[in-house]
Ligand binder design. Structure first.
Ligand code: ADP
Length: 267
């Protein structure tokens, strides 16, 4: 078979996007989508930059909920699909916008998932984009392979991997790192989320998930990859996300916001 014309079109379209970042995690529930949304919010604080967030977490698209976009639908525009704008310079496209209700499940086989990723990359009318941030499903799956193939690994700035300090999560991160190395996807670094809990009453830190194996720090040293930062468990993060609001605006001076912003500066 000759080259897939869709892939050529995607490559051409994506060559205009200055930066492309994939957000990965070994497991679900570690804070990957929360991170993706806030990376986009953080980058969009520079009004001169255009940010696009693409949510291809097909089995659990939580970006619409986290960013207060539930019930939004994809609209057809003259030149393709229009994304949903959270701010003038922050456009979002999520597989969740294609579902009738947030409780609908997507039960798709590999080829259909790949077809959708192709459509998202080729047919969405993003306009000029400085940063394309992609929220991917947990683990490594067809979706990751498609993204790496369609965007071409060499043309992606790299992957940010989110984990908790627990060995069950770290174990899967090591697999993720191996995947990245196999497909030659650069690793920007690892974020340890839910790293500890600072009691709002006594201000002491408790290790909710004691890192029995040295946590993300030791893993990053062992694997020679950067640790971008450690974000504590913060009740306000969960609360803001449930309300569909950025915790950067809800709790601007909190240690979590400051740590997140430090991490974004490194990206
Ligand atoms: P994933 O995308 O990895 O499945 P989510 O980003 O959906 O995970 O986060 C899972 C849950 O944990 C959400 O309810 C989110 O609000 C919450 N959460 C994420 N990070 C933190 C944190 N640092 N402190 C408290 N809650 C968090």
């Amino acid at each position: 078979a000759g080259p897939d014309p869709a892939i050529e079109e995607i490559k051409e379209k994506m060559s205009a996007v200055k930066h492309k970042i994939l957000v990965l995690s070994g497991k679900g529930g570690v804070g990957k989508s929360t991170f993706t949304a806030h990376l986009a919010y953080g980058l969009a604080e520079d009004e001169g930059k255009q940010i696009a967030l693409l949510d291809v977490d097909i089995c659990g698209p939580s970006i619409p909920k986290i960013m207060g976009l539930e019930g939004e639908q994809v609209h057809q525009s003259g030149s393709g699909w229009s994304p949903v704008y959270v701010e003038d310079n922050l456009a979002v496209m999520s597989v969740g916008f294609l579902l009738g209700s947030p409780d609908d499940a997507v039960i798709w086989r590999g080829p259909k998932k790949n077809g959708m990723i192709k459509q998202f990359l080729r047919d969405v009318d993003w306009g000029n984009v400085d940063y394309l941030i992609v929220d991917t499903p947990p683990g490594t799956s067809d979706e990751h392979l498609s993204l790496v193939q369609y965007l071409s690994a060499s043309n992606i700035d790299g992957a940010v991997i989110i984990t908790t300090p627990q060995e069950v999560s770290l174990q899967d991160v090591r697999k993720e790192v191996n995947f990245c190395r196999k497909v030659k996807l650069p690793i920007i670094g690892v974020v340890e989320n839910m790293s500890g809990f600072i009691c709002p009453k006594c201000k002491n830190e408790s290790k909710i998930f004691p890192p029995t194996t040295g946590g993300a720090e030791k893993m990053c040293n062992d694997l020679n990859i950067p640790l971008l930062g450690k974000v504590p468990i913060d009740m306000n993060i969960g609360k803001s996300c449930d309300m569909g609001k950025s915790f950067f605006t809800e709790i601007p001076d909190s240690p979590s916001t400051m740590e997140y912003k430090k991490i974004i500066q490194k990206i």
